[in-house]
Write a protein that binds this ligand. Structure first.
Ligand code: SUD
Ligand code: ADP
Length: 272
C-alpha cells in the first residue's frame, strides 16, 4: 500500500502551562499542508525499513515508522512481518510535523495492510504514544488542538479553502524540545478560535505563535522571512509550530512571483 504523509501548518500557537511531566499544554490550530513524503507498506518475509530522499537524523531503528509497527506488534503478536519504504521529502526540524505524519500514516497503512480493523479513536490512541502531534494526522483535517496537542476538535476553515500558500524552510533545524525550553507559558489574551473566526486579513493583529518571540533573539532570520512574505502581499504570515519553516497565505489570490532567497532554502508553493 502506497500513501503520501503530508505536512501540517500551525495557525497560532499559545503555550499555556508547563506540566509536571515536562510537556507543555498548548492551544493551536493545525491544518494539513499538501507537501508530502511517500510511504509504502507491504507484507514481507522479514521486517525491514528502507529510506531514501532527505537524510533523517538518528538511528533508523528509532524511525517513527519502525516504532509504529513495533507498537502494533506488541498488541497483535500474530501480525506478519512488513517491508516499509519511506521516501523523505518534507524537511525535518521545520515545525511541519513530517515525522509525526509518517508515524500516523504508517499506523493507518498497517491497519489496512494487516487487516486490524482499528477505529480512528484506537489509531489516535496509538499515535499519541508516538508523539504529541501524531494524533492529528489520523483524521488529517483542520482541528483545534489542546492539551499536549493531542486533544483534537475539528475546526473547519472555509476562508482558507484553495488559498495560495508559500512555505519557506531556511535550511535550519530547530529542535522542538529546545524551542519549548525557551518559552515562558502564559494565559492567552484571547481564545485562538475566536481570532481565527475573523477575516484572514485581521489575523496579523490577532493570531500569535508564542514560539516566534522566544526564538527571535537567537534566530532573527525568522522574523525577516515573515516580513518578506508580508512585503510580498501575504494576508497572513507566521512561523509554523516550533519552526524553522515560515509560511504566508494569500486567500483567493495568486501567489506572488518567486522571492529572492538563498539557493539552499527550500520553498513549497501551492494551494491549501
Ligand atoms: C511544537 C509542535 C506544535 O504543533 O509542533 P512541531 O514544531 O514539532 O512540528 C508540537 O507541539 C510538537 O509535537 P511533537 O513534535 O509531536 O513533540 P513530541 O515528540 O511529543 O515531543 C518532543 C519534545 O517537545 C516538547 N514538548 C512537546 C509537546 C508538548 N505539548 N510539550 C512539550 O514540551 C518536550 O520537550 C518533548 O520532549
Ligand atoms: N520518519 C521520520 N521523519 C522525520 N523525522 C523523524 C522520523 N522518524 C523519527 N524522526 C525524528 O523526529 C525528529 C522530529 O521530526 P519532525 O516531525 O520532522 O520535526 P518537526 O515537526 O519539528 O518539523 C527528527 O529530529 C528525527 O530524528
Amino acid at each position: 500500500m502506497l500513501v503520501f504523509p503530508n505536512a501540517k501548518l500551525n495557525l497560532g500557537l499559545h503555550i499555556t502551562a508547563r506540566r509536571p511531566d515536562g510537556f507543555h499544554t498548548l492551544e493551536t490550530v493545525m491544518l494539513p499542508l499538501p507537501w508530502c513524503d511517500a510511504l509504502e507498506v507491504l507484507p514481507a518475509a522479514e521486517t525491514s525499513l528502507t529510506l531514501t530522499g532527505r537524510p533523517i537524523p538518528g538511528d533508523p531503528t528509532t524511525n517513527l515508522c519502525r516504532r509504529a509497527y513495533e507498537l502494533l506488534r506488541a498488541d497483535f503478536p500474530a501480525v506478519p512481518p512488513v517491508q516499509i519504504h519511506l521516501h523523505k521529502v518534507v524537511p525535518i526540524g521545520a515545525g511541519l510535523g513530517g515525522g509525526s505524519a509518517d508515524a500516523a500514516f504508517c499506523l493507518r497503512a498497517l491497519n489496512t495492510v494487516l487487516e486490524l480493523s482499528l477505529t480512528d479513536e484506537q489509531l489516535e490512541a496509538y499515535a499519541r504514544r508516538l508523539g504529541s502531534d501524531c494524533a492529528f494526522f489520523i483524521r488529517n483535517q483542520p482541528a483545534l488542538a489542546l492539551g499536549r496537542g493531542d486533544e483534537l476538535a475539528p475546526l473547519p476553515l472555509p476562508q482558507l479553502r484553495g488559498a495560495a500558500c508559500k512555505v519557506i524552510y531556511p535550511n535550519l533545524h530547530i529542535s522542538t524540545a529546545e524551542a519549548y525550553a525557551g518559552v515562558t507559558p502564559k494565559t492567552p489574551a484571547h481564545a485562538l478560535s475566536a481570532a481565527l473566526a475573523g477575516p484572514v486579513e485581521t489575523w496579523r493583529e490577532t493570531v500569535v505563535n508564542d514560539f516566534e518571540a522566544a526564538l527571535a533573539p537567537k534566530y532573527p532570520l525568522l522574523g525577516q522571512l515573515k516580513q518578506q512574505l508580508y512585503d510580498a502581499g501575504a494576508a497572513y504570515a507566521s512561523l509554523s509550530g516550533s519552526g524553522s519553516a515560515v509560511f504566508g497565505l494569500w486567500p483567493g489570490r495568486e501567489l506572488p512571483p518567486a522571492l529572492p532567497l538563498p539557493a539552499e532554502y527550500l520553498v513549497w508553493d501551492g494551494q491549501l
